[in-house]
Design a protein. Sequence first.
Length: 363
Amino acid sequence: MQKSAVRILVFAFTIATLMSPGAFSQEVSLWKKEAATKEINGLRRYGWALADGIGKTLENAPSDTFPAVNVFMRDFRTAFADVDPDVTPEKWKLIDVETQVIHNPNYWAAVYEIAPADPLLMWFHASLYAVNGQVHRAFYAQQLALHSPVDTPFRKEMGRLLISAGRVISIGEMGIQNGIKLHDLQKYDQAVAVYRDVLSVVPSHSLALYELGYCLDTVAREKEGRGQNVSAPFFADARRFDPFMIESYQGNFSADEYQRLITLKTRAKPTWDKFSQTSPDQDNMNELKLLSSHFQDAALHDLALIVRQLVVAHRDGSYSDDDRRFIETSLKSLVPKGDTAATVSKLGRGRKELRIKNITGVE
């Protein structure tokens, strides 16, 4: 297996380019499967080079000072052991990022041993989704990383992952538009074939999942007078891969789930949209705090915790009692069996925090 390395490029980009995945749509007029395949394979390889390189730096952290970082890095190496950069990413085993990272108490214990909103840690977080080809999640995580107020010499390079994920999303969207036209012409079999073709390259494309479920649901209703159950697994995957795919929140929900959906639709999503259109140098700590609270109320706890780190970093890097309560609430939801009280109790108590200065293996 070749040693992974991140080749730092001079990669110019503008804030306007980074605003949303749809910003890249004008580059592609038709569904280009070969281009999408090349782009997502490149994204996944780049994601692994980042994850591996930043991971090696984290592994060098003194275990006596940063025990949780070392514990999680063992989890990381076990989970990603089958990633082989010598073979095409299409043959890589998909990783359950939600289980191995988001719902792993060792991950969050490690996060809180590192300085708040450390840009390389946030880059590492986004790269884990990129390795898996989860383009929406990678895009959103890297948007947040670029809003870190902590200085880093890698600022320009960090846009590369965002741009690549956005291109994959937008190339897929052009194919999906063809499917929608076929659906409108009641050529359902052809529409389904288009959606499945997009998903064969980008399995996490939320719009393709949603439109496929909707199309299959339409066919089921017309043939058998039923639907919804056909679309349910596709809608569930669509919102799992992209929590902002509001259209995919269909089905039967409990009263609490319904209230969280209302919060997502009326508060969290609009606030996120405003944030995503804002230049990092215009970030406002109070607005970031509001966004984190909306995410928490909508049960998007991983995003809530990341945005709260931006709040802390914008303040002065110190945790308030309100921060600790907020973090403990979201951690209890993400890792109910973890020792969240112990993790939170150490925040801002004079403990040394790890700052990631470089990436091992960078050329």
